[in-house]
Design a protein around this ligand. Structure first.
Ligand SMILES: Cc1cc2nc3c(=O)[nH]c(=O)nc-3n(C[C@H](O)[C@H](O)[C@H](O)COP(=O)(O)OP(=O)(O)OC[C@H]3O[C@@H](n4cnc5c(N)ncnc54)[C@H](O)[C@@H]3O)c2cc1C
Length: 269
C-alpha cells in the first residue's frame, strides 16, 4: 500500500482537459503490462486509479494520460515537471495479447479510452509478426478531443496497420470521417472468426461497440473491454469497486465481454 515516489519528467497537454505525465522512479521501478493501472497519489489531495498509457516499451518512462474531472485528477494534471507524486502498482488484468497471437487484432478506442489501449498498440507494432492483421479504430467527440494526434499520423503512415479515425462532430476544417466509432466496424478489414478485439471508452460506447462486433460475428468471449468503477485500495481489499460477484480492481479492469455484458447494466457505487 506504500506509494513509490516518482518524479514528473514531463507534462504534455493532449487536449484542453487531458495531459500525459511521464514519470521516473525515485525508488523501485514499476513495470506495467498493457491494460494495467496504477494508483497515483497527489500528496495532500488523494489517490486515484489511472491506467498506464506508456511503459518501458514506449520510450522507457512510465506514462499516464489523465483527464481533469475532479480534485485528484486536477492536482495530477497540474503537477509541474520536477515535482514528485506517489505511485502504487501495477494492478489489474492485462489486454489479452497472448490470446490474440495468430489472430486479427482489432483495437477500438473511444475518447480517453485510447490511453489504456496505447501500450497494446505499441505492443502490436513491436511484435507485428505475431498478429495476422492489426486494425485500430479511434473515435472522439470532436477533432480537439483526439489524443496522441501525432502518433495517429504515424500509425496511419504504416503499411502493416489499418487505422481509421472518426469524430462525432466537426467543423468545416475537419476532412476526416464524422460519425460514432461503431460505424467503422462494419467496413473494418478483419476476419470475425479469427479476431480478438480490445475495446476501451465510455461504457455506453463499449456496449455498442461490442454489439457491432457481435453483429460482424466476433464471439463475445473474444471481445475484451476495460471497466471503470470508483476505487479506493486497488488491491481487492476494500470492496469499493465491487460489481456483482467481481471486484474491478482485482478481477479486472480488463474482462471478456461475455462475463460483463449483464453486469454493465449495474451502476457503480
Ligand atoms: C482501472 C481504472 C483506470 C482508469 N484510467 C484512467 C485513465 O487512464 N485516465 C483518466 O483520466 N482516468 C482514468 N480513470 C478514471 C479516474 O480514476 C477518475 O477520473 C478519477 O478517480 C477521478 O477522481 P477525482 O478526484 O479527480 O474526481 P472526483 O471528484 O472523484 O470525481 C469527479 C467526477 O468524475 C466521476 N468519477 C470519479 N471516478 C470515476 C470513475 N472511476 N469512473 C467514472 N467516473 C468517475 C465522479 O462521479 C464525478 O462526477 C480510471 C479509472 C479506473 C477504475
Amino acid at each position: 500500500m506504500t506509494p513509490v515516489p516518482y518524479r514528473v519528467v514531463s507534462r504534455a497537454p493532449e487536449t484542453a482537459d487531458t495531459s500525459t505525465l511521464l514519470l521516473e522512479p525515485l525508488g523501485a521501478s514499476i513495470v506495467p503490462r498493457p491494460g494495467q493501472f496504477n494508483m497515483l497519489y497527489a500528496f495532500g489531495v488523494g489517490e486515484v486509479p489511472i491506467s498506464t498509457s506508456a511503459g518501458p516499451d514506449i520510450g522507457g518512462s512510465l506514462g499516464h494520460t489523465i483527464r481533469d474531472v475532479g480534485a485528484v485528477s486536477h492536482a495530477l494534471v497540474r503537477t509541474e515537471p520536477g515535482a514528485v507524486i506517489g505511485v502504487r502498482g501495477p494492478y489489474g488484468t492485462t489486454w489479452p495479447l497472448e490470446e490474440a497471437r495468430g489472430c486479427d487484432l482489432v483495437i477500438v478506442a473511444g475518447g480517453i479510452g485510447l490511453a489504456p489501449l496505447r501500450p497494446a498498440v505499441y505492443h502490436a507494432l513491436a511484435h507485428r509478426d505475431e498478429f495476422a492483421s492489426v486494425c485500430v479504430l479511434v473515435g472522439a467527440r470532436t477533432p480537439a478531443d483526439l489524443l496522441f494526434v501525432r502518433e495517429l499520423e504515424d500509425w496511419r503512415g504504416r503499411f502493416d496497420v489499418e487505422l481509421d479515425v472518426t469524430v462525432d462532430n466537426a467543423g468545416e476544417d475537419w476532412h476526416g470521417r464524422v460519425g460514432v466509432v461503431t460505424q467503422l466496424i462494419p467496413r473494418a478489414p478483419f476476419d470475425p472468426e479469427n479476431t480478438v478485439a480490445l475495446v476501451c471508452g465510455p461504457e455506453v460506447m463499449m456496449t455498442f461497440t461490442a454489439r457491432a462486433l457481435l453483429a460482424r460475428g466476433v464471439p463475445k468471449e473474444r471481445i475484451a473491454i476495460s471497466m471503470e468503477r470508483n476505487m479506493q485500495c486497488g488491491l481487492g481489499h476494500c470492496g469499493h469497486c465491487q460489481l456483482g460477484p467481481v471486484l474491478i480492481c482485482r478481477d479486472g479492469p480488463v474482462f471478456w465481454y461475455d462475463a460483463m455484458e449483464r453486469l454493465m447494466e449495474v451502476r457503480g457505487l
